[in-house]
Design a protein around this ligand. Structure first.
Ligand SMILES: NC(=O)c1ccc[n+]([C@@H]2O[C@H](COP(=O)([O-])OP(=O)(O)OC[C@H]3O[C@@H](n4cnc5c(N)ncnc54)[C@H](OP(=O)(O)O)[C@@H]3O)[C@@H](O)[C@H]2O)c1
Length: 277
């Protein structure tokens, strides 16, 4: 049996087993199973040992271990190096490689949204003003993906300002604002905080002036997909702004992880989308 895992703490909420087991069945990988395991930091070493000894075949890493796992790995792929964040592990030629598929997962999603509006010589986000709320573990992956799509005007605000400045070391061009402040105009506003995971939580930033026609094209994007619509998205929709939740990013990052492990690129079709509803 080929065993795959998602590790994190907490881990009960993870929907990764649902998706990967669905694809394993769909693509007839009958000897494979994907499970979740709650681990403590001191157990990371053991996880790596289990991969080295082929007891585990592939691993997804989630909060709070995406950075903490790095010292135990032999190599990092390009995105993992740039973001210092790893969400997928795989052993190849006796080396355990840390991959970051969050970045490509988000990149795929945002690229599709802006692809049509640009002429071919321009990258999709070249002329877009982007505001990121939050500076947690996933935010570096979002900035990395935005940069690859041409974004060069990124402003960021996080409650704990030191974390914004840590990100600025990785991405010197981002502009940091105090918590609660925001740029006057933006094309894309991305919530990368965990505010909204609980239904009544709200981000304390006022976007009420985004109700004019000139703002209708502004996209409010929330990385959260469960609940489907956070207050951040609900209010934006009421104002007439465009909205999108993190479901496609989640499916896309899973797709790339599955591909790393199996060489199969699974289809993101209605069946898999419905599975998360
Ligand atoms: N769709 C996807 O595929 C996908 C992938 C990864 C993550 N996510 C989602 O993205 C979110 C963040 O993940 P993460 O890994 O970056 O988590 P994290 O490392 O724990 O970061 C949490 C972020 O939320 C902020 N925050 C939390 N509570 C807050 C509050 N009451 N007021 C102000 N700020 C608050 C934190 O600010 P401080 O720094 O001040 O604490 C930090 O910026 C989660 O909701 C997660 O589910 C989605």
């Amino acid at each position: 049996m080929k065993k795959y895992l998602v590790i994190g703490n907490p881990i009960e909420h993870s929907l990764s087993p649902l998706i990967h087991n669905f694809w394993m069945k769909k693509y007839c990988l009958v000897d494979s199973v994907y499970e979740k395991r709650k681990v403590e930091e001191k157990e990371l070493k053991n996880i790596i040992k289990e991969i080295r000894e082929d007891e585990i075949f592939g691993v997804n890493v989630t909060v709070p271990f995406k950075k903490l796992i790095i010292p135990y790995l032999d190599e990092l792929d390009f995105s993992a190096k740039e973001t210092q964040s790893v969400n997928t592990l795989f052993k190849i030629k006796n080396k355990i490689i840390g991959h970051n598929t969050d970045s490509a997962g988000f990149g795929d999603t945002i690229k599709k949204l802006y692809f049509h509006t640009n002429n071919s010589s321009k990258l999709p986000l070249e002329d877009k003003l982007i505001f990121i709320i939050g500076a947690g573990g996933v935010t570096a992956s979002i900035i990395h993906a935005l940069k690859l799509q041409g974004a060069n005007k990124i402003t960021l605000s996080n409650r704990t300002k030191e974390k914004s400045h840590e990100l600025k070391k990785l991405f010197p061009k981002i502009e940091v604002l105090d918590w609660g402040k925001r740029p006057t105009i933006c094309d894309v506003i991305i919530n990368t905080t965990s505010i909204g995971l609980n239904k009544n939580e709200e981000i304390n930033i006022d976007f009420s002036d985004y109700n004019k026609n000139s703002h209708k094209k502004t996209l409010f994007y929330d990385l959260i997909y469960n609940p489907k619509e956070t207050n951040f998205l609900k209010k934006a929709k009421l104002r007439g702004n465009k909205t999108m939740n993190g479901k496609m990013m989640f499916l896309n990052q899973a797709k790339y992880a599955f591909n790393i492990w199996t060489n199969i690129m699974p289809k993101i079709d209605d069946d898999i989308k419905k599975l998360l509803d």
